[in-house]
Design a binder for this molecule. Structure first.
Ligand code: FMN
Length: 211
């Protein structure tokens, strides 16, 4: 649960009248995998979170994403698989990296690998299909948060191992992220957020683009 000061801080970031759902979104933030503890979502809750994650814009209704759940009892074997993929795919492996990958997947009660699986033969541009996968990733985090859990989206070297998708049953896909979900062990700290005035502009006919 958020403390009152945290809720007030989140409300202070908003310029309009508060709405419950927007407050919930404004309070979402990532939590380090090592700080995610039990309880995680039950199987039923996880199914709901994943169904919500799939409710994303998807041009052509191609469902260009796949989810692989790595249950806790499978994590040590999954860590060994990441090690093998890293050692076989990387020409100059970093010292300690393979060990770190084996440890990395042991964190948090729940681990999901979300893959982008565009259909290159479809008339829908691959870029749009990849954007849809990014949206599914974000919806996964938002749905977990709305269900009372926290999470984090990580990639790291394992996500870039070319052999991993095939090894987990999706040879034509690419890892979009490893998603760790659970309950924060301590209240998550806010991080600096971009100043909207530096990010948002209003188009006017007299403004010329730099190029
Ligand atoms: C595609 C993608 C990959 C990421 N991979 C990593 C990673 O491997 N390691 C890391 O420390 N953070 C990674 N991050 C950033 C974390 O998710 C980070 O904690 C997050 O941006 C914090 O912001 P939030 O509190 O708004 O969620 C990644 C983010 C994205 C979008």
């Amino acid at each position: 649960m958020e403390s009152l000061p945290q809720i007030e801080q989140a409300l202070g970031m908003m310029s309009g009248p508060p709405s419950y759902s927007l407050n919930v979104l404004m309070q979402r933030r990532s939590v380090k995998a090592k700080n995610l503890i039990e309880p995680g979502p039950s199987d039923m809750m996880l199914q709901d979170i994943l169904r919500a994650s799939m409710r994303v814009p998807d041009h052509g209704m191609l469902a260009p994403w796949r989810y692989v759940i790595v249950e806790r009892q499978q994590r040590p074997a999954f860590g060994k698989l990441l090690r093998r993929c890293y050692e076989s795919d990387v020409t100059e492996p970093k010292r300690g990296q393979a060990d770190a990958l084996e440890q990395f997947v042991l964190e948090a009660p729940c681990l999901i690998v979300l893959l982008s699986r565009p259909d290159a033969k479809s008339p829908i541009p691959v870029w749009e299909q990849q954007l849809s996968a990014g949206a599914a990733c974000m919806m996964l985090l938002s749905a977990a948060h709305a269900s009372g859990f926290a999470g984090v989206w990580l990639t790291g070297p394992a996500a870039y191992c070319a052999s991993l998708p095939e090894q987990i049953g999706h040879p034509d896909a690419r890892v979009a992220g490893f998603f760790f979900l659970g309950t924060p062990s301590t209240p998550p700290e806010e991080r600096p957020r971009p100043d909207p005035s530096q990010i948002i502009s209003y188009w006017r006919p007299e403004i010329q683009s730099p190029d």
